[in-house]
Design a protein around this ligand. Structure first.
Ligand code: GAR
Length: 200
């Protein structure tokens, strides 16, 4: 099976969806490690509760951002993943991680609209009536990599950032699991360059 390292910063509900899907007999992927940029997140607890090895790599523990990037790349390499999934990881990945690993990200807006740390809030503030979530390859930019899949969600008049984000996350979890399954089964391997290509 495809070996996944999942990176989290928060509640880890997307991580949980991947862990759950991986328990299916015959699932084409499994979560081999979970990494975080902070201690004490629910995402790390979910990993521990499921017997999955974890690591923490905090920016303030390193002199430079480049040192942090190097350390994170090494911690990821230790788990020998085929694919890294950034699932609510709230740090921009550096060049060393991206040179050594294939990374996908999930984002709570319809990219290229509303990139960054506040995709749900920014979509609401703009007054769009439809938003959603995007799964994409990670490149050097912020949420700029080639899009793999998207799901749309209507914004209701009585939505708050919280109610809207919860509705987005329901679709986001399904999307992420389907994308990872498709990548693991080589059904889609749209590369980071945006071109569709066979994996080997
Ligand atoms: C998800 O909605 C994810 O798209 C978002 O954080 C949430 C994490 O939820 N990520 C970003 O906003 C990245 N810019 P989770 O911790 O429950 O999986």
């Amino acid at each position: 099976p495809l070996r996944l390292v999942v990176l989290v910063s928060g509640s880890g509900s997307n991580l949980q969806a991947l862990i759950d899907a991986a328990t299916d007999p015959g699932a084409p992927f499994r979560v081999v490690a979970v990494g975080a940029d902070r201690d004490g997140t629910l995402g790390l607890e979910r990993a521990v509760g499921n017997g999955i090895p974890t690591f923490v790599c905090r920016v303030p523990d390193y002199t430079t951002r480049a040192d942090w990037d190097e350390a994170l790349a090494r911690l990821i390499s230790d788990a020998a993943p085929d694919l890294v999934v950034s699932a609510g990881f709230m740090k921009v990945l550096g060049p060393t991680v991206l040179a050594r690993h294939r990374v996908i990200n999930t984002h709570p807006a319809l990219l290229p609209s509303f990139p960054g740390a506040h995709g749900v809030r920014d979509a609401m503030a703009h007054g769009v009536r439809v938003t959603g979530c995007t799964c994409h390859w990670v490149d050097a930019g912020v949420d700029t990599g080639a899009i793999i899949d998207q799901r749309a969600v209507r914004i209701e008049d009585d939505d708050t950032v919280e109610t809207l984000h919860e509705r987005i996350k329901v679709l986001e979890r399904d999307m992420l699991v389907e994308v990872v399954r498709a990548l693991a089964q080589h059904r889609t391997w749209q590369g980071p360059d945006g071109l569709s290509s066979g994996r080997e």
